[in-house]
Ligand binder design. Structure first.
Ligand SMILES: CC(C)(COP(=O)(O)OP(=O)(O)OC[C@H]1O[C@@H](n2cnc3c(N)ncnc32)[C@H](O)[C@@H]1OP(=O)(O)O)[C@@H](O)C(=O)NCCC(=O)NCCS
Length: 172
């Protein structure tokens, strides 16, 4: 009797069931940051800020992870920085708008958290626009971090000119 072959699919560490892959990006980090941020004007409206983040991406201080889809298109980016011996920080996280809500942000955060943990950090810090600003886009971003078990610490008006910044933290 014919029996169909058993198809075993194995996923390596960086592959996901959704077909998106997360990998460390070593080259052209600034280009990827620029390309993705310019697709998100409602979140990153200031070109000068985008240029600053592209500059940061070129610095060895920041580790970059990118998400690629099945056609190797880069659809998400995360910049991670080690603040001190106990704390790491998500310096930038952005996913191309057409891919929102498909789990890519969650995967990038998991990768960054793993990296920070492996490098001996105990806490991960993130900054985002505070819910007190009532920006509907950033309210979703805030709920994204809450969903990933980040705790709101405090907000400050002194960090970003004209915008209230919220700090959140997670024990790794
Ligand atoms: C915030 C962001 C990185 C999340 O990435 P993502 O791949 O869309 O998120 P995931 O699919 O892993 O998680 C989905 C959850 O994120 C939240 N979320 C935030 N923004 C969202 C969006 N635009 N679309 C869908 N879900 C969003 C929701 O809580 C959602 O949970 P739900 O499915 O139960 O509603 C992404 O939406 C993004 O790039 N936003 C614009 C830039 C930004 O805010 N960056 C962070 C700056 S501090």
């Amino acid at each position: 009797m014919y029996s169909s072959p058993l198809i075993v699919t194995t996923l390596n560490e960086n592959q996901t069931k959704t077909g998106f892959q997360i990998k460390e990006l070593k080259l052209h980090k600034d280009r990827v940051v620029g390309k993705i941020l310019r697709k998100l004007p409602q979140y990153f409206p200031f070109e000068s800020r985008t240029i600053d983040l592209c500059k940061d991406a070129r610095s060895p201080k920041y580790t970059a992870f990118c998400a690629t889809d099945t056609s190797c298109e880069k659809v998400g980016i995360c910049l991670l920085v080690m603040n001190n011996s106990s704390t790491a920080e998500i310096w930038l996280l952005a996913v191309s708008p057409e891919f929102h809500g498909q789990g890519i942000g969650t995967l990038l955060m998991a990768r960054a958290e793993n990296e920070a943990r492996n490098r001996g950090r105990k806490y991960m810090l993130v900054r985002t626009i505070s819910p007190s600003q009532n920006d509907p886009n950033y309210l979703r971003t805030f709920s994204f971090y809450k969903k990933l078990s980040y705790t709101f610490l405090f907000e400050s008006e002194d960090i970003w000119q004209g915008t209230t910044c919220a700090f959140l933290v997670k024990k790794l």
